[in-house]
Design a protein around this ligand. Structure first.
Ligand SMILES: Cc1cc2nc3c(=O)[nH]c(=O)nc-3n(C[C@H](O)[C@H](O)[C@H](O)COP(=O)(O)O)c2cc1C
Ligand SMILES: [Mn+2]
Length: 467
């Protein structure tokens, strides 16, 4: 029975030299965010903070799932096999099971009413101009009042008082359910869950059909049922082995000023309004690890989490486009704030790359607005090689295509908001760049674009010659 908490990930990262423990005191309002961000940007490492000013008894982790390597450690899947294997597992859902409260570490400490304070949590001021401390790693469990089916999605929470936060809902499934509560003017019960197994985290961020419980998907990824326990003050079930649960409700037909907040594209979402979450209880482990996720300028867990979802969804989506398409890899570029995607493929006939690119720009996720196709000899994760393809293999007049007036990602500040609609409905220009070689149907022309690589590149081993 594998541990379904966040802890095996932290242990495995540390064992494999991917995580650094910081025991020197850090301050969540002044320096914690810069330390974890720089430790990843400069050293490629995750951080575990063990001494946090004003938060004795807490630890906090950050940048623990910022790239494929860390995801593969977290899910126990070979890095090179990540997309096909995750795609296979999410299609084989396993339903969650209930366990007793006594078997739920998330109930080791139960704080209700006055005793429950958000000020206890080591939530950071993440980006320079953020409006305050935010929790951005909370997975929100809600139930559709018509069907009783759980929906799980992540929502940023601007901490506004000890028992009150913002609750930002983009126009997706949680908002659709919230609208039902607004119609009957009843508060929507919500449990915010912080810190769990990467499979649980991935499921909550993954876009699935409306009416599908994301924990079925997480169970598939885990290879066993997610173990759930009942909340104390609301009729919601949450993962028993989580670090922290914030029970509460989102008020109906009510908004207040919220933000600004450094967001997934790497720019700020301006101050605006959002719905309001009121705390009823906090339950947690006695030695909790807070998931101090970094949301802001890339590369962070935030881009890598949604990026992996985009890659898997696009991987599946492209299977349905023109039989026999040879898709070799897909990379949603974290450095682009998820707005660029690279498709690696071997074009069998002319025009195939552009066909794939059009599909990549109209999949289940709105984020990608720039899609680039590279050929079978290019490492799609290496921006130097992608850029090399974009100069040597692109005839801009023929290979760059702009598609104006299309829907784009809600937080893409360069694309205007649709007049009269909610501030998250934007239109922009999608564009595609075909940086593949001529197709395999034209071998002679294809050969003209071969990379000029060192003689016997594949055979010569550097280790045999270096001292
Ligand atoms: C770190 C992180 C923070 C997120 N914050 C928000 C948020 O504040 N509001 C929101 O609507 N979606 C946010 N999302 C995206 C949703 O969690 C995601 O789109 C989810 O799949 C939506 O679930 P649904 O399909 O059930 O609506 C965030 C995702 C991540 C990875
Ligand atoms: Mn959903």
């Amino acid at each position: 029975m594998p541990d379904q908490s966040i802890r095996p990930l932290l242990q495995n990262l540390e064992q494999q030299g991917e995580l650094v423990r910081v025991s020197k005191e850090v301050d969540p309002e002044q320096n914690m965010s810069a330390v974890e961000w720089k430790n990843y940007a400069e050293n490629g490492k995750s951080t575990l903070f063990t001494t946090i000013k004003g938060h004795a008894g807490w630890q906090a982790c950050s940048q623990i799932l910022a790239d494929r390597r860390k995801w593969s450690i977290g899910l126990g899947i070979d890095e090179h096999d990540l997309l096909p294997e995750m795609s296979r597992r999410v299609k084989n859902p396993i339903k969650p099971v209930m366990v007793d409260k006594a078997k739920a570490p998330c109930k080791e400490v139960i704080l209700k009413g006055e005793a429950a304070s958000l000020y206890d949590l080591p939530a950071m001021i993440v980006s320079e101009h953020d409006g305050g401390r935010f929790i951005a790693s909370g997975m929100g469990w809600i139930k559709d009042p018509d069907t009783g089916i759980s929906n799980i999605s992540i929502h940023r929470q601007h901490i506004m008082a000890k028992d009150k936060t913002g609750f930002l809902m983009l126009p997706r499934q949680a908002r659709r359910i919230y609208d039902k509560f607004c119609k009957i003017n009843k508060p929507m019960p919500v449990a915010m869950v912080v810190g769990a197994h990467p499979a649980i985290w991935f499921g909550s961020a993954y876009t699935t059909g409306f009416g599908i419980d994301e924990m079925d998907v997480s169970g598939g990824l885990l290879g066993e049922a997610v173990r759930m326990v009942k909340c104390e003050t609301i009729d919601v079930e949450v993962p028993a082995e989580a670090e922290l649960i914030i029970e509460g409700e989102v008020l109906p037909n009510h908004t207040e000023p919220e933000g600004p907040f450094g967001e997934v594209p790497g720019t700020y979402a301006e101050a605006g309004i959002s719905e309001i979450f009121k705390v009823k209880a906090i339950t947690r482990r006695k030695d909790p690890v807070f998931y101090a996720i970094h949301c802001g300028f890339p590369a962070t867990d935030t881009q890598a989490t949604t990026g992996l979802g985009i890659e898997i969804a696009t991987w599946d989506h492209l299977r349905n486009v023109e039989g026999g398409m040879e898709i070799l890899d897909i990379r949603s570029l974290t450095v682009s704030g998820l707005m660029a995607i690279v498709i690696k493929l071997r074009p069998r006939v002319e025009g195939q790359a552009k066909t794939a690119l059009m599909a990549a720009l109209s999949g289940p996720y709105l984020h990608p607005k720039l899609a680039i196709a590279v050929d079978d000899d290019i490492d799609a994760s290496d921006l130097r090689q992608v850029m090399w393809s974009m100069t040597t293999r692109v005839h801009a007049e023929k290979d760059v295509v702009l598609i104006p007036n299309t829907r784009v990602f809600a937080l893409d500040n360069i694309s205007p908001v649709v007049p009269g609609l909610s501030s998250f409905q934007r239109v922009g220009t999608k564009w595609l760049i075909d940086a593949t070689k001529p197709s395999v149907a034209r071998p002679e022309e294809r050969a003209r674009f071969e990379r000029a690589m060192p003689r016997n590149f594949d055979k010569v081993r550097l280790e045999d010659f270096l001292p």
